[in-house]
Write a protein that binds this ligand. Structure first.
Ligand code: SF4
Ligand code: SF4
Ligand code: SF4
Length: 342
């Protein structure tokens, strides 16, 4: 299969360009344009990276709750205008999100890309890879992203601003975020990979951050996208997923029940795409990577669309070629279903 026809290769290329732009963007566009294109990017493009072209929505959100809204409420000086910065942050996030929906994850996020590259390295090293997690485990992990969003991004920063918890918890997600360490390391900064001994709270948070980063490095070699499964941005995206212009659609056919290749190809173990009879099958955990469309062997059953314009539609000929390319890459035979012609 020519690589320019392979959606996964095209996506990797876009991810690489996005990685370079989001980690070293100020080198390309200059510091003033880089500071900041939106300031509320819908992926983990980190503000701690001194060369970044943008920064993720979670830092202003935590800071506005922890340093603006919380202290104002505690001092009895709450005015509606205090909500304006938060609404501006969410509005910018939403505007960008409408353009690409959750494809910000599958196509642009530096941490998402890094985990996928580690996965490819793991495959090449022939490490014992877990292709899919057990259904029960997937169900148990799924609520974690909501806990991360509710607790670490919203409640603790607000509680810190109100004075109920220490100021260490003013931006707890940033304190443990693996993208902070990853992107700053790639930008040549070692200053985020350290144990902060300035207080017990900071010390605990920096130890958690380093351990989490190490765990993700190791897990990504043998498991598909470990951090994405608990990422608070996935939860935030899920809240707005209906308004995004990129859609994942399915024309259910009874053949789907016997197939299941789409669910098997899904890096996020979203088994529901295989059995769902809905038209819109964009699930909360989806990163819009498009692999399910690539690996659906039935013509027109699955499609990735921009509004009503099809970007990629499932097709038996493409499936055959893509499956072959995958086997060549993995160096072993994978069970595959016989292709049915319409
Ligand atoms: S540390 Fe993580 S959450 Fe905070 S700005 Fe950087 S990428 Fe976003
Ligand atoms: S879910 Fe994964 S791809 Fe999306 S923002 Fe989080 S780390 Fe990045
Ligand atoms: S459902 Fe499809 S597009 Fe979404 S993450 Fe799974 S394979 Fe990717």
């Amino acid at each position: 299969m020519p690589i320019w026809k392979n959606l996964s290769v095209i996506r990797k290329f876009v991810q690489l360009l996005a990685f370079l732009f989001l980690v070293y963007g100020s080198v390309f566009v200059g510091f003033y344009s880089a500071d900041k294109l939106s300031g509320a990017f819908p992926v983990l493009s980190c503000a701690y990276d001194a060369k970044t072209a943008d920064y993720c929505v979670l830092i202003p959100l935590q800071h506005q709750l922890g340093h603006g809204l919380g202290p104002a409420i505690a001092a009895g000086k709450f005015t509606l205008s205090l909500l304006l910065p938060i609404l501006t942050t969410l509005g910018t996030f939403l505007l960008l999100f409408i353009l690409l929906n959750k494809a910000f994850c599958g196509w642009l996020c530096p941490l998402g890309f890094f985990q996928e590259v580690l996965g490819m390295i793991g495959q090449k090293l022939r490490l014992n890879r877990t292709e899919s997690l057990d259904d029960n485990l997937v169900d148990r992990i799924r609520p974690a992203k909501w806990l991360m969003l509710g607790l670490l991004v919203i409640l603790l920063p607000l509680a810190s601003g109100l004075g109920f918890v220490g100021h260490e918890l003013g931006d707890p997600f940033c304190q443990i975020c693996p993208s902070r360490i990853l992107t700053s390391l790639f930008a040549g900064q070692l200053n985020q990979l350290y144990i902060d001994t300035s207080s017990t709270g900071y010390m605990i948070l920096s130890i958690i951050a380093d351990l989490l980063f190490g765990l993700i490095l190791v897990l990504s070699l043998t498991m598909r996208q470990p951090f994405c499964r608990i990422c608070p941005l996935l939860a935030m995206h899920a809240l707005f997923k209906k308004v995004g212009l990129v859609k994942l659609v399915k024309n259910y056919t009874p053949r789907c029940d016997k197939c299941g290749l789409c669910a098997k190809a899904c890096p996020m173990d979203i088994r529901e795409i295989h059995t769902s009879k809905e038209k819109d099958i964009l699930m909360p955990d989806c990163t819009l990577c498009g692999r399910c469309v690539e690996f659906c062997p039935d013509k027109g059953v699955m499609a990735l669309k921009y509004a009503v314009i099809p970007i990629k539609v499932s097709d038996p000929a493409y499936f055959k070629e893509r499956n072959k390319a995958q086997k060549r890459w993995e160096g072993k035979q994978k069970p595959s279903r016989r292709v049915k012609k319409d």
